[in-house]
Design a protein around this ligand. Structure first.
Ligand code: IMP
Ligand code: MG
Length: 183
């Protein structure tokens, strides 16, 4: 393990690299069974999805395509708001496509509630939500993921793509931020 000053900002490891790798493979296997005959389109929600998406699509060897969408929600540094806006839109037509939406964490649900409606309005045939982490305690919108990597307690987490003020995304495991750093 390389030395990291970022480790000191984290209270504890919640999910290790090994745990993440094993769980991502299970999710990939499940997606393979569900989508092996339907040429799905993976849609990653930037930026938090980028490592999870990269590992998930390699854990799921099916003919498929990838796309990305980016949103902002005008919350503060560690929560989102109901006012979700697209900052980088899809580049291709999704009419009639089976979408696998890949998100880092389902928290209030504002982001995925908005995106699910958006993708359906754009003509997607189906929308399957895969989220690495799920914090059900904080849900504000009626939305559930189809596949969840890990259920997570109501603590602010970073690493493996997840950020605090755009940092810590390259921490290879998922850890809990020291609350004094963001409260
Ligand atoms: P939602 O719209 O509240 O469901 O939040 C989704 C987005 O909020 C995620 O894509 C993350 O970018 C961010 N988020 C929520 N909780 C956390 C966390 O614990 N750590 C890092 N980002 C988070
Ligand atoms: Mg994010």
């Amino acid at each position: 393990m390389s030395k990291s000053t970022m480790d000191q900002d984290l209270l504890k490891v919640l999910f290790s690299e090994e745990q993440i790798k094993a769980r991502v493979q299970e999710l990939g296997d499940e997606l393979f069974e569900r989508f092996k005959d339907s040429n799905p389109l993976f849609v990653g929600v930037l930026k938090g999805c980028f490592l999870f998406m990269a590992d998930l699509i390699r854990a799921c060897q099916i003919k498929s395509e990838i796309e990305f969408i980016a949103v902002s929600s005008y919350g503060n540094d560690y929560t989102s708001s109901g006012n979700v806006q697209i900052t980088r839109d899809l580049q291709h037509d999704i009419t009639g496509r089976d979408l696998i939406v890949v998100e880092d964490i389902l928290d209030s649900g504002n982001t995925l509630y908005f995106l699910t409606q958006y993708f359906k309005a754009k003509g997607a045939r189906s929308v399957t939500i895969v989220t690495l982490l799920d914090k059900p305690a904080r849900r504000e919108k009626p939305i559930t993921a189809d596949l969840v990597g890990f259920e997570t307690p109501d603590e602010f987490v970073v690493g493996y793509g997840l950020d605090f003020k755009q940092q810590y995304r390259n921490v290879p495991y998922i850890g809990v931020m020291r609350p004094e750093l963001y409260q």
